[in-house]
Ligand binder design. Sequence first.
Ligand code: ADP
Ligand code: MG
Length: 472
Amino acid sequence: MRSIEHIYVNGEFVVPAGNERLNLFNPTTEEKIGDVRLGNADDARAAVAAAKRAFPAMAASTKAQRIEMLRSLRDAIAERPDELAQAMTEEYGAPAYFTTFSLQNAASVFEVMAETVANYDFERIVGKSAVKMLPRGVLAAITPWNSNFGFIATKLAHAIGSGSPLVIKPAEQSAFQTDILVRRLHQAGLPAGVFNVVNGTGPVVGAALTEDPDVATISFTGSTQAAKIIQRAAIDSMKRVVLELGGKAPTIILPDADLDRAIPVALMSGFANSGQACVAGTRILAPRSRLTEIAERLKIETGRFRVGDPRDPDVRIGPLANPAQWERIQAYIRLGIEEGATLLTGGTGRPAGFEKGWFARPTIFTDVRNDMRIAREEIFGPVLCLIAYRDEDEAVEIANDSNYGLQAYVLGSDLRQAEQIAARLMAGRVVINGAPHDPRAPFGGFKQSGIGREIGAFGLDGMLEPRAILTP
Ligand code: ADP
Ligand code: MG
């Protein structure tokens, strides 16, 4: 049992003014593992005030100073990776293979941003004018539980790279990882107020930040639903919003695909992070000519996906993060059946042999039409749709017929053809044949998957505003 009592404001760990508490549970055992004292709107305001005081010095920092700060953050975060991985698994049941990836990625975002800053033209001549890219002011960042510390790292890297002080409202369910992370980041010795962390709920601390007139930019990762509330609230003080939201990624299996390679890749992306990933490839598009064969292979390979204790490195699917998530997944499985889709594998309830833990059965629906709700809405669990297409034009049409456009996957033997299909997809990222993660590629979505991009120069652009000086 652990209690998280502090937030981090102006370079110090302080007890928040807010005094409500939130219980924290281990989704594998359903046991209470601790609680967190939540901040309130006053705490949010105090953190913004601290960030505002840090702004002039931060805005005036040189490239070299920003790079040095980024490198000390990178070093601080890379220490004792097991501690963070353990917290992630304990708090939301992230499978070990996924926490390993997250940790490497979190350390790399600081290094990638250091490189970006080194190469970014903060000062340019445009026409006859001297243009300088200036930080917009205080940045507020709001992160989700499914990759809380990774997103904190990403948003902090953008803040430092652009010279903007930051207030972070982490996912309230992720208090252990936040606490471990912030204690590390504190050791990096950044000036007081440059980054501040206020635990609290979305409607209280998140809302206070989105309404605060001294916040210039909001960087949010989470649900499309919460993003709409945030964007509306941001209008009055004319904040810029950078939003990384939900997805319903298509995985197009091309007619020439080698199924020995394609099926495991399709399932790894579909069931990524137990299906609790905005980038999960949840619509598998298969050529009608090979539908039976592909369905059969998906079913067999899903049976080989180990569900269980997320600490086991061979486990591919852990529990869902909380009971609400479990209920939501059950409701979507029932909905798929009501809509007339056919269960290829899985279904409602817990997997056989599980008496406790918020485990769901890895589920694939077949006979799915792209206009069914299970094919249109983000389910955020291990539930996939298999959709047949006639020819490649129809595959592209179905893939793009979505309210979302975050990520897409293409699987095929002829790389040139796969690239041609990829070039027709409206998604922030298209991954061909299970290509490895590229920590330098821009990240973000089209349509209701978001606004703006993170990572690299595109990420920095979102935090900056040009000022032009015209001389006679
Ligand atoms: P989930 O419901 O799965 O947690 P959300 O999109 O609601 O996904 O949560 C992502 C983050 O957004 C969390 O930190 C949450 O506290 C925050 N949040 C939720 N609602 C709001 C809101 N109205 N205003 C600001 N932040 C919010
Ligand atoms: Mg929510």
